[in-house]
Design a binder for this molecule. Structure first.
Ligand code: ZN
Length: 272
C-alpha cells in the first residue's frame, strides 16, 4: 500500500513538473527533450534494476536488523518517535551531502557521477539519470548510514520517498516566481540553486551539493546563489556535443581508460 502511495506521489509530481517545464521553462534547452528524456529513462531503468536486485535486498534487511537489535545512534538514545524520525532524516540528508562531495572530489567516484552531470540540459528526468555503477558503489555507504545512524525500515522508506521527490523537483526545468524561489531556497534545494551545481564551470559545480535541505551548503559555505540561470551552461566542459553523450557512450564512459575521459577526470580538480 505505501509503495502505491509513493508511486502515485512520484508519478503525480513527474506529470506536474513535465507540464510546468513546457509552460514555464527556466533554461532554454539544447537537445530534443523527447530524445533526452528517452535516454535518461533508459539509464534510470538500469538504475531501478540495480536498486531492486542489489540495493534493496541489502539495505532493507539491514534496517530490520538495526530495528530488532537496536543498533546505531538513534536506537541507543531514546527519543519520542516523531523526533527520532526527524533527527534520522536530518542525519541522512547531511551524510548524503558529504557523499555528494566525495562523488565530485574522488576521481574514481566522479567518473560514474559525471554520467549524471554530462546531460546537456537539466530537467526532472535528469533526477533519475544515475549510472547503475554509481548506485551499486553507493550501497556500502548507504549501509553505513543505516547502521551508524540507526535507521529503521519505516524511516528509511520515508527518507527515500522524500529524497526522490526532492531531487525530481530541484532538477526540474521549472521557472518558479522569484518570490517563491527566494523563500523556498532558505529551506530546501530549488531548481535555480541546483542548476548552478550542474553548470559546466567547475567553480559553480563545486557548490550547492545539498540534496534536500539548503542548510548543509549554508553551514559549509558552499552555497552559491549568485549566478543568473541565463549564464549557466549545463554539462561538463569537453563533453558539450550531443554525439558525445549518447546512451552507449555514457553507459560505457566510466569503464574507459583515463586518457579517453580526461575531461571527466580533470573537472573535479579544477576548483576556482
Ligand atoms: Zn553532482
Amino acid at each position: 500500500m505505501k509503495g502505491l502511495i509513493k508511486l502515485a506521489g512520484v508519478l503525480g509530481l513527474a506529470a506536474g513538473l513535465f507540464l510546468l517545464e513546457r509552460k514555464r521553462p527556466l533554461r532554454s534547452e539544447r537537445e530534443s527533450k523527447t530524445r533526452r528524456n528517452g535516454r535518461n529513462l533508459a539509464v534510470a531503468g538500469l538504475g531501478a534494476l540495480t536498486i531492486h536486485f542489489a540495493e534493496s535486498p541489502i539495505i532493507y534487511p539491514l534496517a530490520k536488523i538495526v530495528e530488532r537489535r537496536r543498533w546505531g545512534l538513534l536506537q541507543w538514545i531514546h527519543l519520542p518517535r516523531v523526533l527520532q524520525g526527524l533527527v534520522a532524516v536530518l542525519l541522512l540528508d547531511y551524510t548524503l551531502y558529504l557523499q555528494h562531495v566525495l562523488h565530485h572530489r574522488l576521481p574514481f567516484l566522479w567518473r560514474f557521477h559525471a554520467v549524471h552531470h554530462v546531460d546537456l540540459d537539466l530537467d526532472a528526468s535528469t533526477a533519475l539519470r544515475f549510472h547503475f555503477g554509481e548506485i551499486a558503489l553507493s550501497i556500502p555507504y548507504r549501509a553505513a548510514q543505516v547502521l551508524l545512524i540507526g535507521v529503521d525500515t519505516q524511516i528509511l522508506f520515508i527518507w527515500q520517498t522524500f529524497l526522490l521527490l526532492s531531487i525530481m523537483f530541484h532538477h526540474s526545468n521549472v521557472q518558479l516566481p522569484m518570490s517563491i524561489e527566494d523563500r523556498l531556497v532558505r529551506f530546501i534545494v530549488t531548481p535555480r540553486m541546483h542548476g548552478i551545481h550542474h553548470s559546466n564551470d567547475p567553480h559553480n559545480q563545486n557548490a550547492n551539493w545539498s540534496g534536500g535541505l539548503t542548510l548543509w551548503d549554508a553551514l559549509h559555505r558552499t552555497l552559491n546563489l549568485g549566478i543568473p540561470q541565463q549564464e549557466v551552461e549545463i554539462g561538463v566542459k569537453g563533453f558539450d556535443q550531443p554525439e558525445q553523450v549518447t546512451l552507449p557512450t555514457i553507459l560505457t564512459q566510466p569503464f574507459l581508460d583515463d586518457s579517453a575521459i580526461r575531461a571527466f577526470l580533470e573537472a573535479p580538480r579544477a576548483t576556482n
